[in-house]
Design a protein around this ligand. Structure first.
Ligand SMILES: *[C@@H]1O[C@H](CO)[C@@H](O)[C@H](O)[C@H]1NC(C)=O
Length: 497
């Protein structure tokens, strides 16, 4: 054991010296090796096991978690067991869950070839969600179940999911109370996942795609925002601020990508302009899908030179240029330490989604010999990759605070994660029930979280690169499934390049 350690240390010293020499010679200095990225990749997927709701399988690796929400849906006589808690609480919110699934699937679609040792775990993370979304979409005809748990009641408690005794109300959208936003995002998730399972499980893939088409038809035929009928339980949490047009175009684009069916192409062509194709909009999040849709659709133009998609290449360029300092259309904000900065609440969600779009667009461009045009200057795929790398490295610890914002990665990472299950004692070590208000002592405690939520990326630092490792500061210290999802693809890329 002693000997092994010594030679491992010697090996890593030699590697460090070699990489320093390489860095001096080529001026391409990197804080991380592909092994580091591979380690972060494995952790970024493992995180989803900490967010699982339902009956945990024997393959569960985050063993401090137990079964929870086993009667979700029963009061409505439907089975809504499973799926993910969105963040640090115990609510299953449909809109962010579906968006998370779409981006996990997109990560695998673009960069799955770069994650040979993690592809099984990545598929399992997607399936945990799609099994739930299929139930939510098919349990009652003409209905999509979009949420389990009353967030206002849930937030009055600090309870482990395994102890949860707050109302598990079920919320749905229907023809009378439509929700084209949440329904079209669900369609996008199912369609994207159908591509992921095409070879590994063809019949599951077919079921996903067929359900996606039905859910999309429902979203499109009965138009409206779920925030209208469900305002008291989805706002301000996951209120659909950007409306539902962006999700309709995004959903149609994913079904088009998954099926190549001409009716969706026709839909995109006739509705694109009115559904946001022409807006220059620079954020990509669980709420706003416009930038992502443009990048997704630009692939068709770049590959097949299909005229009708030229618009999407142009607007993708505009989006990309907005991120590149020194170009005429630059308008993003960066912290002094170089982090893309969009807002004080869960800022890293924008960083991970931006890094993913940069890499995906770089991939589309470079496989077709293209580049982005920013006014009179040309921006190459390499430039996009290096900007994405800067963001990824910052998150992993190459930043002024020398802090990794991925829990369990590196030497220094946040200890006071705003997450009920992670901050309360595990049901394994403390099986007795901890009631609603008795849990708050753990929220306010100065002790580190007893259960490490490995792989979680948190909200992250402020616009001056500073971060308070404070459990009650949820804007900075809360994880969320949609922060991690696009990061899975980005890490896969860097683990192989
Ligand atoms: C294409 O999609 C439309 C609308 O969902 C559907 O009616 C049609 O059957 C699909 N065509 C094929 C070949 O799958």
């Amino acid at each position: 054991m002693g000997l092994k350690m010594a030679s491992a240390t010697k090996y890593s010293m030699v590697m460090q010296i070699l990489s320093l020499i390489l860095c001096l010679l080529t001026l391409s200095c990197s804080a991380f090796t592909s092994k580091d990225y591979a380690d972060a990749l494995a952790k970024s997927i493992l995180f989803y096991e900490g967010q699982r709701s339902g009956k945990l399988p024997s393959s569960q690796r985050l063993t401090w978690r137990g079964d929870s929400g086993l009667s979700d849906g029963s009061s409505y006589h439907v089975d809504l067991v499973g799926g993910y808690y969105d963040a640090g609480d115990n609510v299953k919110f449909g809109l962010p869950m579906a968006f998370t699934t779409t981006l996990l699937a997109w990560s695998v679609i673009e960069f799955g070839n770069s994650m040979p040792s993690q592809i099984g775990n990545a598929r399992a993370a997607i399936r945990w969600s799609t099994d739930y979304l299929l139930k939510a979409a098919t349990a009652t005809p003409g209905t999509l179940y979009v949420q389990v748990g009353d967030p206002n009641m849930d937030h009055k408690c600090w309870e482990r999911p395994e102890d949860m005794d707050t109302p598990r109300n079920v919320y749905k959208v229907s023809k009378q109370n439509p929700g084209s936003d949440v329904a079209a995002e669900t369609a996008a998730a199912l369609a994207a996942a159908s591509i992921v399972f095409k070879d590994s499980d063809p019949s599951y893939s077919t079921k996903l795609l067929q359900t996606a088409m039905k859910v999309f038809d429902f979203a499109d035929s009965y138009r409206g925002s779920y925030s209208d009928s469900l305002s008291s339980v989805v706002c301000p949490f996951y209120c659909s601020y950007s409306g539902y047009h962006d999700e309709l175009l995004w959903g149609a684009s994913w079904i088009h990508r998954a099926s190549n069916n001409a009716s969706y192409l026709a839909y995109i062509q006739s509705n694109g302009q009115t559904m946001g194709a022409d807006d220059d909009d620079y954020s990509f999040s669980w709420d706003d899908k416009r930038a992502g849709t443009k990048v997704l659709l630009s692939k068709d133009f770049l590959e097949k030179n299909t005229e009708e998609f030229q618009l999407y290449k142009r607007h993708s360029d505009n989006y990309i240029c907005s991120l590149i300092p020194g170009t005429s259309s630059f308008q993003a904000q960066y912290t002094p330490g170089g982090l893309f900065y969009k807002g004080s609440e869960s800022n890293l969600q924008y960083v991970t989604s931006t890094a993913f779009l940069l890499l995906t667009y770089a991939k589309y461009l470079s496989s077709n010999g293209g580049s982005a045009s920013c006014g009179t200057s040309t921006v190459t795929a390499e430039r996009l990759i290096s900007l994405a790398k800067k963001q990824v490295d910052y998150i992993l610890g190459d930043n002024p605070a020398k802090m990794s914002y991925m829990v369990g990665f590196g030497d220094k990472y946040p200890q006071h994660v705003h997450h009920r299950g992670s901050s309360l004692p595990s049901v394994r070590t403390h099986p007795d029930h901890i009631a609603c208000s008795n849990g708050f002592q753990y929220l306010y405690s100065a002790s580190p979280n007893p259960n490490v939520l490995v792989g979680a990326i948190l909200g992250g630092p402020n616009n001056r690169d500073s971060f308070a490792d404070d459990r009650n500061n949820y804007q900075q210290s809360e994880p969320a499934t949609y922060i991690n999802a696009p990061f899975v693809g980005a890490l896969a890329f860097f683990s192989a390049n």
